[in-house]
Design a protein around this ligand. Structure first.
Ligand SMILES: Nc1ncnc2c1ncn2[C@@H]1O[C@H](COP(=O)(O)OP(=O)(O)OP(=O)(O)O)[C@@H](O)[C@H]1O
Length: 298
């Protein structure tokens, strides 16, 4: 999905300026990283793109269409927004089986994609949510959020709890989605490990304004330099001294020793677990189908 903004501004009801004069032209298939200090306006932009905040000044076109106009032009697409409020949803802490949650967002309609996500995120389908660690819970949430094949994915730092191996697999999956389906991702984060060559463009935000936009082709990595140099033509950054490659290697070894869950011959079938759980949990009181209204269609 393409994103086009022209002199886009957003003012909060309190009259505080949230976004000022944002001009973007993002092609379908882009992976855009939003970088900036706390309070820079990254989440505000993501919420505007998600249609959660009404624009009164400037223009916003998604796939050439004003998302706030009801009439469909045939250029529609699915927008998925996974933000901090989505990630803190308490329903995923209840005594509820994983399959019930996944089925509640269409697990049975997207079987192939569901199984791919379950495997990529290394989810044990016998988990019960109240017995999951924070990172395990986050994996289930991501599986749910990513299930519907979106055209635009708006990510507001929802990978904080993930171990580096799952985070690395997730980033690879997201890259594939942009390359194979021409889907677009806008990702706001403060964690840059593993993102060295992931994005196609970095946008620097400050005080609700875009300070700079860099296509990754202009970013050059240098050995043995501690300073960052930014010119009209290029941004030069020292090679990271991060322990990320070491941690990633350790976790790859751990997974190799355990084996992928799909290799476990004693693992029950998803359908069997799902049917059992749905019989138990899908009474009127326990309906979870309205959980995670993360996507909208324009
Ligand atoms: N409802 C609101 N009313 C008024 N000001 C708000 C409101 N929500 C956010 N702000 C302000 O808007 C600015 C931008 O907030 P935003 O959440 O977009 O920042 P951010 O770049 O995502 O920051 P972080 O990195 O901390 O997540 C902040 O100064 C914040 O205090």
């Amino acid at each position: 999905m393409s994103i086009y903004t022209e002199n886009l501004c957003y003012t909060f009801p309190s009259n505080k300026v949230g976004l000022y004069d944002i001009n973007l032209d993002i092609k379908p298939g882009s992976r855009v990283l939003l970088v900036g200090p706390n309070g820079a306006g990254k989440s505000t932009l993501l919420r505007v793109l998600a249609g959660q905040k009404l624009i009164k000044q400037g223009r916003l076109l998604l796939n050439g269409t004003d998302p706030f106009k009801l009439a469909s032009t045939g250029n529609s697409g699915i927008i998925t927004y996974l933000g901090t409020e989505w990630a803190s949803n308490d329903i995923t802490k209840r005594d509820i089986p994983v399959t019930v949650l996944i089925d509640s967002v269409g697990g049975t309609n997207y079987k192939e994609r569901r199984d791919l996500l379950i495997n990529m995120l290394d989810i044990d389908i016998t988990w019960r949510m109240n017995q999951c660690s924070d990172g395990e819970r986050r994996r289930v949430q991501l599986c749910m959020g990513l299930l519907k094949p979106w055209d635009l994915l708006l990510l507001d730092e929802v990978t904080v709890d993930l171990d580096v191996l799952v985070r690395s697999r997730l980033l690879a999956f997201l890259r594939q989605e942009t390359e194979h389906r021409n889907a677009t991702i806008v990702y706001a984060t403060h964690i840059f490990d593993g993102l060295g060559d992931w994005s196609s463009e970095i946008i620097h935000f400050r005080g609700g304004c875009v300070v700079a936009r860099h296509s990754m082709e202009r970013v050059k990595y240098k050995d043995n330099e501690d300073t960052v140099q930014e010119t009209e033509l290029a941004v030069e950054v020292p090679k990271s001294k991060s322990i990320y490659p070491l941690a990633l290697n350790w976790l790859e070894q751990d997974l190799h020793l355990r084996g992928e869950r799909t290799e476990d011959k004693t693992r029950p079938k998803y359908e069997d677990l799902s049917q059992l759980a749905n019989n138990q949990y899908y009474d009127d009181k326990e309906r979870v189908t309205s959980y995670f209204k993360t996507t909208r269609k324009i």
